[in-house]
Design a protein around this ligand. Sequence first.
Ligand code: SF4
Length: 167
Amino acid sequence: MCKPRLAVFKFASCDGCQLSLLDAEDHLLAVADAVEIVYFPEATSHMEEGPYDIALVEGSITTPHDAERIQQIRKDARFLMTIGACATAGGIQALRNWADKDEFMQAVYATPEYIQVLETSTPIAEHVQVDFELRGCPINQYQLIEVIRSLLAGQTPRTPRHSVCLD
Ligand code: SF4
């Protein structure tokens, strides 16, 4: 029987959420046994095109190319889950949304005319339908493994509404 195909994609981010997944080691190995990881550039050079059963998406949309790429990922993915504050809320890079991006470009790049960037950094859900959001910076790796396990078991994933206790 074919295993579900899992893919991990990165947009503008620090990679910390993907590394959280890799840090889960033994738990990840258990999940890796139940799925076929067909796209995960952070972990392997082996990359396959869609369709995917589960797509994990880290990072925010900041360039015209990002905006096109996430549309294709959505078409290819049966279940799309965003992981981390960058993907679910725009991330630290969204701080520029309240300023003039051209001023930043002039200050940071010697040749800003070669840089193509959107006016804002936005969460994935502002571009495509997202099936599940896992928040945190970084995400809790055990919550992520638990969500993947739930999906594989055909159950609705359950995670706390907050990543810290607010009581
Ligand atoms: Fe890094 Fe935090 Fe963004 Fe995850 S949410 S990619 S840890 S900045």
